[in-house]
Design a protein around this ligand. Structure first.
Ligand SMILES: Nc1nc2c(ncn2[C@@H]2O[C@H](COP(=O)(O)OP(=O)(O)OP(=O)(O)O)[C@@H](O)[C@H]2O)c(=O)[nH]1
Length: 315
């Protein structure tokens, strides 16, 4: 393998900064802040031994400090303990994760810093989104093989240009790491497969360009009514896939029903359909562990049942 090809497979171990814990869950926030300032760390890594149990970013620490200073001088601020404000299920990446996958994960999940762990789930380092982007750009510059570069440039398109939501490529990377994270945290996650009803008839009646506009409207509605932590991707054609981390069957059903209802209420005219407005059918799947391709298949089967039992419904 020549050097340029090797760079394509480089992982985050090669660029991460080694990291250690800044405090335990029962440290005071003040203690934590002192440690972060002394070590010039932009986020606090919390745990015991070498095991990471939580993360606190600068913003959360600042909010606690602000609240303390706004108190009456006679009311000495209560000491806040780290476990009260830390994010208890921090998203971590294994040290062997390729740089590009790590960058996409940080970007789609909007994470500025990602703790890095080893095979035994021990904290070994930290990488930031901007370090990942810099590293990836450098790898591309080093890469002289035009074919590989073009392939990577194409895959760098993380957004679907028509629907203005995540691309299929970004979706696959997100699913892979969401599945790994759920397994590590023993938490459930859900996916929803959304498909527009009678869309062929819509294209036939209003034209393909109007079809494109309708798809964009539907994607906008889905983005608007889904929770901030949910990620919305174009699965292909007129199908949208939503990833909901830390969401059980009940939460997923509630979210999907909200999306279905919002699209019906938007009342986008579709005279060739039964309800005379555009509607969607949604198939769901919730799991704790297991491979994500299987989950997509289950959601797809549920979607098929939703279509078979009358459309404009969640299964
Ligand atoms: N305008 C437009 N149409 C698209 C796009 N992608 C897929 N389609 C169309 O979506 C339609 C999907 O049709 P079908 O799979 O038969 O499903 P349907 O007509 O929605 O029927 P049901 O799913 O059974 O309710 C096809 O006519 C595709 O051409 C796109 O990007 N733009």
């Amino acid at each position: 393998m020549d050097n340029s090809r090797k760079t394509y497979f480089m992982n985050i171990k090669s660029i991460m900064v080694s990291a250690k814990l800044n405090g335990t869950p029962d440290s005071s926030v003040k203690q934590l802040l002192d440690d972060m300032i002394a070590n010039q760390h932009s986020c606090g890594l919390i745990g015991t031994g070498n095991t990471l149990q939580g993360i606190i970013n600068e913003r959360e620490v600042m909010l606690v400090c602000q609240a303390a200073f706004q108190g009456e001088p006679s009311n000495a601020p209560r000491e806040v303990i780290v476990s009260e404000i830390m994010n208890k299920q921090p998203f971590c990446l294994h040290q062997d994760t390729p740089i590009y996958d790590a960058f996409v994960t940080a970007k789609v999940k909007q994470l500025r810093s990602l703790p890095v762990i080893d095979d035994d789930d021990r904290l070994v380092g930290i990488v930031t989104q901007s370090e990942l982007l810099d590293a990836y750009i450098k790898l591309m510059e080093l890469d002289k093989d035009l074919k590989i570069t073009n392939k990577k440039l194409k895959s760098l398109a993380l957004e679907d240009s028509l629907m203005k939501i995540g691309s299929r490529h970004a979706m696959e990377i997100d699913l892979k790491y969401t599945a790994a994270q759920a397994k590590r945290n023993k938490s459930k996650y859900s996916i929803a497969m959304v498909d527009v009803d009678f869309f062929k008839r819509y294209n036939d009646m209003y034209g393909h360009q109007s079809g494109d506009v309708a798809l964009l409207s539907i994607a906008n509605i889905i983005n608007k009514v889904s929770r901030e932590s949910d990620r919305v991707y174009r699965y292909g054609g007129e199908e949208v896939l939503i990833i909901m981390s830390d969401t059980d069957e009940h939460g997923a059903k509630e979210s999907a029903e909200r999306i279905r209802a919002a699209i019906e209420i938007a009342a986008i005219e579709h005279l060739a359909s039964e309800l005379k407005v555009l509607t969607v059918s949604i198939g769901l799947c919730t799991k704790m562990a297991g491979n994500w391709e299987e989950m997509v298949n289950v959601a797809d089967t549920a979607l098929y049942q939703a279509k078979q039992t009358g459309r404009n419904r969640v299964r």
